[in-house]
Design a binder for this molecule. Structure first.
Ligand code: BTN
Length: 262
């Protein structure tokens, strides 16, 4: 499909004056929009900088992985936030973003979007989006300086590298019609604007639970040494940590990798 480039004016037109304070910059190519926004943050840029690239040569994923970022068919964007929150509440940013992006994707494709703890969005049991939040911390003051919220959405990809086959999908692959990337970007920004204030009181968490693909299911928890164990995903706590039950004992997972067999 001959897809047009992402246009700043079109996104602003769709937003129609909403999302005040957001400043969009669009690039043909970038190593990583997260890396770039981190640099902006370190140089004092205000909250609301939004950087979007048509392709990334070194897209970053969680746990040191790379993020497949082919040209013209995806959305690769990073948003700079400077929330006035306690350091311990910073972990909520990923879950809040997942709620916002799931809602935005569902809005354009009309298929229920689910969240696989903690940073993946699923359509029809396959990954359509990954989220990577990177924080800058003031170690002396023990507070959050900034957070870079990175969002990668597969919009039009029909083929994926072999290692992603059966695991990844795209919005259009699932909904069967063309989706305008600018509309989806506008929807994501609108939704982030709506959910961002709930970081303080954690009221996005009921939505995280409702959209979770894991809760009530048997999961595999992958350890850093390459091993794994089986458990049941029981709940999310007030910070968005995953509560699991293993051999009758409950424990909280703060981060890490879990998988589920559908
Ligand atoms: C993951 O699935 O592990 C998270 C992927 C996050 C990818 C996005 S794409 C835009 C932003 N820039 C990056 O380098 N990574 C994030």
């Amino acid at each position: 499909m001959n897809r047009g480039k992402i246009r700043k004016e079109r996104i602003e037109q769709i937003l129609n004056g909403g999302c005040n304070g957001m400043e969009l910059r669009i690039f043909e190519e970038m190593d990583s929009t997260n890396r770039y926004v981190k640099e902006l943050a370190e140089n004092g840029a205000p909250e609301g900088a939004v950087v979007i690239a048509e392709t990334q040569s070194s897209g970053r994923g969680r746990l040191g992985r790379s993020f497949f970022s082919p040209e013209g068919t995806g959305i690769y964007m990073s948003v700079l936030l400077r929330p006035e929150i306690e350091l311990q509440n910073a972990v909520r940013l990923t879950s809040m973003t997942a709620v916002a992006v799931a809602e935005a994707i569902e809005q354009v494709c009309e298929i229920p979007a689910q969240i696989k703890w903690v940073n993946d969005i699923f359509l029809n049991k396959k990954k359509v989006c990954g989220i990577l939040v990177e924080a800058g911390i003031d170690a002396v003051e023990q507070k959050l300086n900034y957070a870079v919220v990175g969002i990668g959405i597969n919009v039009g990809q029909m083929e994926f590298p072999e290692e992603l086959n059966g695991i990844a999908t795209s919005v259009e692959n699932e909904c069967g019609y063309e989706v305008e990337r600018e509309s989806l970007i506008a929807e994501v920004l609108r939704s982030l604007d709506k959910w961002y204030p709930t970081i303080q009181d954690g009221s996005f968490l009921s939505e995280s639970r409702r959209r979770s693909v894991l809760l009530g299911k048997e999961i595999r928890v992958h350890r850093h040494d390459g091993g794994f164990y089986e458990a049941v995903a029981v709940d999310l706590d007030d910070m968005g940590h995953l509560m699991i039950e293993k051999e009758g004992q409950r424990e909280l997972l703060h981060s890490g990798e879990v998988s589920i067999r559908f």
